[in-house]
Unconditional design. Structure first.
Length: 164
C-alpha cells in the first residue's frame, strides 16, 4: 500500500532533510536513501542504527499498553491534582497554530493531543503523527476517529501516519 501524495509532500529524509518521493512501497530521498512503507505507514527509521535503548522503547509499548495508556495518564494527573485534558489544551494553545497549518506531532503516542491540535488548525489543516513504538504508531488514525476527526490511511508499524 502506498502513501497519499499529500503525506509524501510533507515528509523529509531524517538524515539529510531531503524531500522524499513515493515509489511504490518505498520512499526515496534525492540522494537515493530509501525507506519502507508498510500498510501505508512510512518507516522513517534506519533499523540498523538503532541503539539497544531505542529498540527497548519500540517493544515497550504494545497495542494493549497503548489502549490503557490514556486512562493511566488521566488517573495519574488526578492524583497529582491536575486535569490532564486541560493541561494538553493549555500546551497546544502556546503553539500559535492557525487555521490551515500542517502539524507534525513527534511522539504522538495514543493521539491524546489530536483534538486540541485539530481545533487550532481547523478543517483545512493537516495533522501528522510520528512515533517510535510499534504499539502507538498505528493508533494515530484510530485515535483521530475516536476523537471525532476524519479517518486517514496508515496502520501499524513505526513511522508517520496522516491523522486528518
Amino acid at each position: 500500500m502506498s502513501i497519499p501524495q499529500e503525506m509524501s509532500d510533507a515528509l523529509r529524509c531524517p538524515s539529510t532533510q531531503e524531500r522524499l518521493r513515493a515509489e511504490g512501497d518505498r520512499l526515496v530521498a534525492e540522494r537515493g536513501r530509501t525507506y519502507r512503507v508498510v500498510d501505508g505507514v512510512p518507516w522513517l527509521l534506519d533499523e540498523e542504527s538503532l541503539s539497544a535503548l531505542d529498540r527497548a522503547f519500540q517493544r515497550q509499548y504494545t497495542e494493549k499498553d497503548a489502549r490503557s495508556y490514556d486512562r493511566q495518564v488521566r488517573l495519574l494527573g488526578l492524583l497529582f491534582g491536575c486535569w490532564e485534558p486541560r493541561e494538553r489544551r493549555k500546551m497546544v494553545h502556546l503553539l500559535d497554530l492557525r487555521p490551515g497549518m500542517h502539524v507534525l506531532e513527534v511522539s504522538v503516542g495514543t493521539g491524546a493531543n489530536l483534538p486540541f491540535l485539530a481545533r487550532k488548525v481547523g478543517p483545512e489543516g493537516r495533522l501528522y503523527g510520528l512515533d517510535l513504538s510499534t504499539g502507538n504508531a498505528g493508533r494515530g488514525p484510530e485515535a483521530g476517529g475516536r476523537r471525532g476527526l476524519s479517518g486517514a490511511p496508515g496502520a501499524g508499524g513505526r513511522g508517520a501516519s496522516t491523522v486528518r
